[in-house]
Design a binder for this molecule. Structure first.
Ligand code: HMG
Ligand code: MG
Length: 285
């Protein structure tokens, strides 16, 4: 048996948030229900952000209310502030995530705050979530490149990741938000972050804009990371990151990991069904 590597499915959140068509809540629920049978331990299904900023996620409460919760699966939600956390608690999310950035330009564009302001805002959210018994994940966006500020210094990523860890985040997901990371820049970034946190507390979250996400995952595996975020059908993009294409496709990550001798515990046939559903939701075949 190969070593286990976890794929954290983010398609219902990161995959769909950028979609222009208002997707009916029933379609979102059907996608999550399909994914629940694939063998994931964690699926990000909701985002309690301002509906003015990301209209597609406005029905997150209804999604969490409507899904069939499979035993052993944690259903996760983004919560940028206390208002978001209150909504996530009311909707019975199993875990929440706060999301910061390593670059000032993206932080301002995405959450209307400087990095320092965002960290101040996140601290009480993480504290209240943990007091309510919810695990808190932390994201750092723009870990190699920022659509506004250009190349990002690895030390800056390490600093923000450590700040989120210090707030009690159990895992920090490192986002190549616009998919411009290359194996060399991802490796240099990881070297800096690993000075602050062990590989077991890190996840790779790589968008596939330039088609290098699988290579970047391999570099990260060599650095000891064993959790990767992905979206079925390769859906996704961030509305506040011009040029951001989809997350790396779950089925492609699963195939690559399997070829490398790892096991993911995922059912490829169910993934294919979910990927077809996801593509149909975007009007692709
Ligand atoms: P703001 O405008 O500074 O917030 O936005 P505010 O506190 O001044 O509130 C403005 C309005 O929003 C008020 O309503 C609030 O009630 C409402 P009004 O009085 O005008 O009617 N509001 C909310 N409504 C619902 N839920 C909430 C909430 N908070 C405020 N939680 C804010 C600040 C953070 C809210 C805003 O910038 C925002 O929602 N940003 C989210 C952007 C986003 O979701 N981006 C995509 C996710 S991040 C991502 O995709 C990257 C990732 O995948 C990793 C990677 O790839 O790198 C995670
Ligand atoms: Mg993302």
């Amino acid at each position: 048996m190969g070593e286990y590597v976890e794929i954290f499915e983010v398609g219902p959140r990161d995959g769909l948030q950028n979609e222009k068509r208002a997707i009916p809540v029933a379609e979102k629920i059907a996608l999550v229900d399909c994914l629940s049978g694939a063998g994931f331990r964690r699926i990000e299904v909701a985002s309690f952000v301002s509906p003015k900023w990301v209209p597609q996620m406005a029905d997150s409460g209804a999604v969490l209310a409507g899904i069939r919760r499979a035993p052993g699966v944690r259903y996760a939600a983004l919560t940028p502030n206390m208002k978001g956390l209150e909504a996530a608690l009311a909707a019975r999310a199993d875990e929440v995530a706060i999301f910061g950035a390593a670059s000032e330009g993206f932080s301002r564009a995405n959450i209307n705050a400087s990095i320092a302001e965002s960290l101040e805002r996140f601290a009480p959210v993480a504290q209240a979530a943990r007091a309510a018994g919810l695990p808190v994940r932390g994201y750092v966006s723009c870990v190699t490149d920022c659509p506004y500020d250009g190349p990002v210094a690895p030390a800056q990523v390490a600093r923000v990741a450590a700040a989120l860890r210090d707030m009690g985040c159990y895992e920090i997901s490192l986002g190549d938000t616009i998919g411009q990371g290359r194996p060399e820049t991802i490796d240099a970034m990881l070297a800096a972050v690993l000075d602050e946190l062990p590989a077991g507390q890190l996840a790779g979250h790589y968008h596939d804009t330039a088609g290098r996400a699988l290579e970047n995952i391999e570099v990260s595996l060599a650095r000891g990371l064993r959790v990767f975020d992905a979206a079925v059908g390769g859906l996704g993009g961030c509305p506040y990151a011009p040029g951001a294409a989809g997350n790396v496709a779950t089925e492609a990550v699963q195939a690559r990991l399997t070829a490398l001798g790892y096991q993911t515990g995922l059912d490829a046939a169910v993934l294919d069904r979910a990927a077809a559903m996801a593509r149909a939701m975007r009007g692709q075949q």
